[in-house]
Design a protein around this ligand. Sequence first.
Ligand code: ES4
Ligand code: ZN
Length: 326
Amino acid sequence: HVDAGALTALPKAELHLHIEGTLEPELILELAARNGIALPFPTLELLHEQYQFTDLQSFLDLYYANMAVLVTADDFTDMTRAYLRRAKECGVRHAEIMFDPQAHVARGVELATAVNGIAAALATSVADFGISTELIAAFLRDESEGSALEVLEELLAMKAPIIGIGLDSAEVGNPPSKFIRLYKRAAEAGLRLVAHAGEEGPPSYVEDALNLLGVERIDHGIRAVEDRILVKRLVREQTPLTVCPLSNVRLRAVDTLAAHPLPQMISAGLNVCVNSDDPAYFGGYVSANFEALAAEFGWDVATVELLAGNSIRSSFASVARKAELL
Ligand code: ES4
Ligand code: ZN
């Protein structure tokens, strides 16, 4: 068995993290007050009551509503620094952080406000927290491909410091095939490619994300276990799967943590790592995910070391940075 101190001490990378999902209720209220925004749930008590989710969409509704408090670049900087502070306490030494540009533009926030605010915190993340960072622009799959392409062109024109693109939000009914041109354009621009797939959606979405979009990493991917041929391929190609166990429990993608397919995925030889997804909404940061798993499955140090090592190996960090952390 592993104790909490040893878990935290292990250097790890966080590869599946939505920065807007790190907005803690306390910070939501603080930013609402600072910006003079009236919230539908204006106290901690009323806000906390909203965190009981039945599926992905029920979470997304609250997640997008709470973003209303993000107005100035400083708001984005403060949110990002608050995440980095907590990530450091979890032993995170490298973080690849997603943000949802379309969600902010749709609210009338300038793209540059969001990008520059987040980037300001990331620019000093090594000095401030000992965490190397990268930024990934995630596109909303329930919006049109045209909307995503417009925002991508704007990000490229402003030379936004992004390493890649992702695809998130409501999965079922919004398959990878909808975004072929977006991923082609991003690849042409030299960006790295990831996408959520197989969270609520079927294994065929994982396959299509690989075949049609050319992604090099899959966010979630848990439903891949339903397709033996797909599992064989993912094992052979060692495609990284950024699994988020507490998220899956809270959004009812799995019934219980005990029923989570992660142990089965590890046994099959899949390249899995552990991530927090939207830690302010799902009951904890990456250490909480590791601790819950280790307790539930009685893991030894070797298993935890394997998962932490996978996260670093699967990252977009430089060869030198990876060597430093492994
Ligand atoms: C998300 Cl858990 C999850 N799934 C899909 N899209 C998302 N955006 C933020 N969190
Ligand atoms: Zn996610």
